[in-house]
Design a protein around this ligand. Structure first.
Ligand code: GDP
Length: 363
């Protein structure tokens, strides 16, 4: 599975957000196989209204949404890259996640201490990002002497690694995260370096209750920063989300309407996290369940089948494919077939977001 690590300074609302995210999942645990994996790790259902349409048309007994994992990474403070506040341990946790959700405090509350003494999300973002950049720089520079030694003996692999590391080191030295300096086509190679600032980042502006629908002067600044970096950002009130997470579905709508909110902030965080990771969803619909499955963009049919079961990939023959829109417009599989909207796709087919698939395979 894919996961997002929640990072930020102490007292910005990380745990409140994490608990709200996983409380929602826990509320659904009766129906869905999601659970808190470890105290700081939770698997969360990815809300998808398309699944509600499919379960009705397919007359399935239940829906099974796909899921995303969140990890609450506490304890990052100024100096973490030098080991302050158990920094090394927390940095190791961040290296393992696929994407970073960076929570920024955008609410004022005199009762809640700010470790830096005032509310200033841009400064806070810079503190965290600096620690991550310093740690990345150190880890790259540590590798260099060994690589250079091997390069002297014309070791091709070492030469390639040096060529990969150099622009990243240069960017980090100039105070730019590694994600701004990934050479074209080298995304996978950079991933294997296990840097933190090469991971995609989503800024979450945690605002006070009153500003949940509008944002405030602090979140405004964060949105501008995100836009300038081509990064994603969402505005939530973790305090509201904590309340929302305790409500049943029907009460939730009413509560959100009362606050002038179109959707829950949690849903927006989950959707943004999913997009951040470049994930796509396909569906299977049967009498037992209508189910969503996660793939990365560009995945071909046999590898998409492997998400369900490895045997499906090994024995892959073809997949019956109906786009989501066709499935809905034709009122299901039989109608789609009649209308000529059911395609038989082979092993080179790139599965599209929303495809309703039925795999044919040899056992
Ligand atoms: P963490 O250290 O980043 O995990 O922060 P917590 O989630 O533990 O929150 C720290 C304190 O801030 C707690 O007392 C929360 O109740 C409070 N808090 C979190 N979000 C909000 C918010 O949106 N508004 C207000 N007023 N307090 C909040």
């Amino acid at each position: 599975g894919f996961n997002c690590g929640i990072v930020g300074l102490p007292n910005v609302g990380k745990s409140t957000l994490f608990n709200a995210l996983t409380a929602t999942a826990a509320a659904q645990a009766a129906n869905y196989p999601f659970c808190t994996i470890e105290p700081n790790t939770g698997r969360v259902a990815v809300p998808d209204p398309r699944l509600d349409a499919l379960v009705k048309i397919g007359k399935s007994q239940k829906t099974v949404p796909t899921s995303l994992e969140f990890v609450d990474i506490a304890g990052l403070v100024r100096g973490a890259s030098r080991g302050e506040g158990l920094g090394n341990q927390f940095l190791a946790n961040i290296r393992e996640v696929d994407a970073i959700i960076h929570v920024l405090r955008c609410f004022e509350d005199e009762d809640i201490t700010h470790v830096e003494g005032s509310v200033d999300p841009l400064r806070d973002a810079e503190i965290i990002e600096t620690e991550l950049m310093l740690a990345d720089l150190e880890s790259l520079e540590k590798r260099l002497p060994g690589l250079q030694k091997r390069a002297k003996n014309r070791d091709a692999e070492a030469l390639a690694q040096i060529a990969l590391a150099e622009p990243l080191i240069e960017a980090l030295k100039e105070g730019r995260p590694a994600r701004t300096a990934i050479p074209e086509g080298q995304e996978e190679a950079v991933k294997r370096l296990n840097l933190m600032t090469s991971k995609p980042v989503l800024y979450v502006c945690n605002v006070e209750e009153d500003s949940a629908s509008t944002g405030n002067e602090f979140s405004e600044k964060v949105l501008a920063k995100a836009a300038s970096e081509g990064a994603a950002a969402v505005i939530v009130s973790a305090a509201i989300e904590a309340e929302v997470s305790q409500l049943a579905d029907d009460e939730r709508r009413e509560f959100l309407d009362g606050l002038g909110l179109k959707d829950s902030g949690l849903d927006r965080v989950i959707a943004a996290g999913y997009a951040l990771l470049g994930l796509r969803t396909y569906f299977t619909v049967g009498p037992k369940e209508a189910r969503a499955w996660t793939i990365t963009a560009g995945t071909k049919a046999p590898q998409a089948a492997a998400v369900i079961h490895n045997d499906f990939e090994r024995g892959f023959i073809a997949c019956e494919t109906i786009s989501y829109n066709d499935y809905v417009q034709c009122n299901g599989e039989a109608g789609a077939k009649e209308a000529g909207r059911l395609r038989i796709e082979g092993r080179d087919y790139v599965v599209q977001d929303g495809d309703v698939l039925l795999f044919r395979f040899n056992v």
